[in-house]
Design a protein around this ligand. Structure first.
Ligand SMILES: [Fe+2]
Length: 219
């Protein structure tokens, strides 16, 4: 028997592709300034459209959303390229979805406070994303507190679930949000957000990306 090194291949060709990047300082400032303004004026309450058990969720105005669109769709198109590279873009002749075939009709901000959460849910559209404008360090530090000294410390985590619970297979993926982080995922992928106990506010922005080519809407 030989233990000599040899060529091998490996991969995880099943399941959804999750994409993580960062937003620019410019987009961060724009979204945060406008978010604080919406909160101050209590304008465009968006809770009726959302699953979150969160007291303050506001939709951005069309004008602000337009200003955010270019960078977000640029990143989303890159995300679609990564999905294409994995071979999971459904239409085999397509390697990615160009920016000019993507639209961003829905963009909103969440002010998550102690004890608030987002139950398991899915979004509309092709792709969805969440980005974080303000992440107090206290949330990440909760894992060292007594109530988190268990086998699954989860305060404040974002979690995605997918697939059958069989050995040697990831069926869940957790992420600890960080400031300026942006995460894209297939809109219909089930996800949720755990509460935290710290008396702080985490500000996140979410949106749904659709296609202006109707033939994509069935996928
Ligand atoms: Fe969501």
């Amino acid at each position: 028997m030989s233990k000599e090194p040899r060529k091998s291949a490996w991969g995880a060709p099943f399941g959804p592709v999750i994409y993580q990047s960062t937003i620019s300082d410019e987009l961060h400032k724009l979204m945060l300034d406008e978010a604080l303004d919406l909160q101050k004026k209590k304008e465009n309450d968006y809770r009726q459209n959302l699953a979150g058990n969160i007291e303050e969720e506001y939709a951005y105005s069309d004008a602000v959303r337009d200003r955010c669109t270019e960078e977000i769709l640029y990143l989303c198109s890159d995300y679609s390229e990564k999905i294409g590279a994995q071979g999971a873009l459904i239409q085999p002749w397509t390697k990615s979805i160009p920016e000019n075939e993507l639209v961003l009709p829905q963009l909103w901000v969440n002010f998550q406070k102690a004890g608030e959460w987002n139950p398991p849910h899915c979004h509309s559209g092709l792709f969805s994303f969440v980005t974080y404008l303000q992440v107090p360090p206290e949330i990440g530090q909760e894992k060292d507190q007594e109530h988190q000294k268990n086998s699954f410390p989860s305060a404040g985590l974002l979690q995605f679930d997918y697939g059958e619970h069989i050995p040697f297979t990831n069926v869940t993926h957790q992420m600890l949000p960080k400031e300026k982080m942006i995460v894209f995922f297939p809109a219909r992928l089930r996800h949720y957000v755990y509460p935290f106990k710290s008396e702080v506010t985490r500000i996140s922005v979410s949106g749904n990306v659709f296609s202006n080519k109707t033939n994509w809407q069935n996928y």
